[in-house]
Design a protein around this ligand. Structure first.
Ligand code: SAH
Length: 481
């Protein structure tokens, strides 16, 4: 067999990235744009020893699970890997993915898994969009999305997972640029002005923030463009962000506000957030609320508990829990996120939280009076008198956790942190995860350390994509790790 060979294959499964999986002549093939149940003629794109990659040339018998994908460019864009699958099948796929990972990687047999929580309307859920701006071969200005993993722009503002007002905003910006002959940025030459249009939308307040990312110090006619944008109901903040670097990072370091506020406001439940162009904020606020309600329920708070929210970001979970807890500590490495978390506590009048900048795996052992790294030498991580005093002060404020919440990035928790949590022996651990395979690995370590799985709830925060979030409750079963 060689590249470009064609054959007919039946798709029996789907990979975690949403590729169809089938077997042909003893080899496993991962097929782009194929779904479970499809019978298709495919062409080989890449061959390895025991497996290969292929693409669909012709669907001979489409899977009965195919839905009507509403986006005409979903195959080229690649952002919504499983949009062609009906929503109920998408949910089934994600449910199985969580269950399989817990079995296969975590070695769990009895899994207390709840049915995945899907969305009523699984479209238009994203509150943030970043459209690259460029020029097509006829010289027209376009904005849209990058095709697959390339940097060529497919013009569209009608992304089906984005908010409808995106289109309106892009139309205003593009026609203004056309009229005033404002150039678009060219990645190859590093020349031209406008790079990206960043749009954020507050789902509960309907406030809109627009930020133009530019390769220069100013945008000609910015006040006039602001005037036009302000005809769109909800416009609240307009700024330019200056990015004159030649790399793939979208935002530069400096943002200049042209009209309106420096942020928009949004709520998750009753907690208020101020979102600036740079802030980290959950992109699907509706499902985030579902997820954090579950986390709060699982934490089982009565009002007196000490909660540690590790990997706390801008403090969303901490603030969500604070009203029902005695004291909440949030730990986060990114300084800007820690600052945002502090400000968010303030604007909500929440006083029983403290945000600490640092690595969760280093901060927790220090504060709980354990030895960082657990080497038993009795030495602390950083030894200044003042620092030790601070730690002792905090210890007297009951730093020992009753409940630990973790919400780590895709790579999961640092192993040292898991050991520390086991040593700190909270009654309950709530694990919020965006990656079932690292979740499964970490849950195994915690269970071997004296915890048991109580509840596993998958939540669909990203319909049409392969991603799934999971909220897990574990409780302590023994005092002997
Ligand atoms: N619950 C948060 C989001 C968590 S995303 C919210 O809703 O805002 C994961 C966060 O973990 C990111 O903000 C990342 O900066 C942070 N992080 C990554 N490694 C870390 C570590 N070792 N210790 C603490 N925080 C870390």
């Amino acid at each position: 067999m060689k590249k470009n060979d064609e054959f007919i294959i039946k798709i029996e499964d789907m990979s975690v990235d949403g590729l169809g999986i089938g077997r042909y002549e003893g080899m496993t093939f991962f097929v782009k744009d194929a779904l479970i149940g499809d019978i298709a003629r495919v062409g080989v794109t890449k061959l390895k020893k025991t497996y290969g990659y292929a693409r669909v040339i012709e669907l001979i018998r489409p899977s009965p699970d195919r839905g009507e994908p509403p986006c005409p460019i979903h195959r080229r864009c690649g952002g919504c890997q499983i949009q062609a699958l009906s929503y109920s099948k998408q949910l089934e796929f994600k449910q199985k993915k969580v269950e399989n990972d817990l079995r296969r990687i975590g070695g769990f047999e009895e899994i207390p898994i709840e049915p995945i929580v899907g969305m009523k309307d699984p479209f238009h859920y994203r509150n943030k969009a970043q459209f690259p701006v460029g020029t097509d071969k006829d010289g027209h200005i376009i904005a849209g999305f990058y095709a697959g993993r390339t940097h060529s722009i497919i013009p569209t503002g009608d992304c089906v997972v984005g908010v409808p007002v995106n289109r309106e905003i892009l139309d205003v910006v593009i026609s203004f640029m056309e009229e005033h002959h404002i150039s678009t940025y060219n990645e190859e030459t590093g020349e031209g002005l406008v790079r990206h249009v960043l749009i954020r939308y507050g789902f509960s307040t309907k406030e809109i923030l627009v930020c133009l990312v530019i390769n220069g110090q100013g945008f000609p006619g910015e006040d006039e463009l602001a005037e036009r944008l302000w005809k769109i109901p909800g416009m609240t903040s307009f700024s330019v962000n200056i990015n004159q670097r030649q790399d793939n990072v979208i935002l530069g370091d400096e943002t200049r506000f042209i009209r309106g506020k420096e942020y928009i406001t949004d709520y998750i439940g009753e907690v208020k957030f101020q979102i600036s162009p740079e802030s980290f904020y959950q992109v699907n606020p509706v499902q985030t609320k579902v997820m954090y309600d579950l986390a709060l329920d699982y934490a089982g708070l009565s009002g007196s508990e000490t909660v540690w929210d590790l990997y706390c970001g801008i403090g969303t979970i901490s603030l969500f829990m604070a009203k029902k807890a005695g004291w909440v500590y949030g730990v986060e490495t990114v300084p800007q996120a820690v600052a945002d978390a502090g400000r968010n506590a303030k604007i909500n009048g929440i006083k029983n939280v403290e945000f600490i900048r640092g690595k969760a795996e280093e901060v927790l052992p220090e504060f709980c009076g354990q030895q960082p790294g657990g080497d038993g030498s009795g030495k602390r991580g950083s030894g200044s008198e003042a620092h030790v005093q601070k730690v002792l002060d905090r210890n007297s404020r009951m730093a020992r956790p009753d409940v630990v919440v973790v919400d780590p990035p895709r790579k999961g928790c640092d192993e040292r942190l898991l050991e520390t949590i086991i040593e700190a022996a909270p009654d309950r651990i709530v694990y919020v995860s965006c990656n079932p395979s690292t979740l499964a690995r970490d849950l195994r370590i915690l269970c071997d350390g004296g915890y048991e799985l109580k509840k596993v709830s998958p939540v669909d925060n990203f319909p049409q994509t392969v991603h799934v979030e999971t909220v897990v409750l574990m409780s302590r079963v023994s005092n002997e790790p």
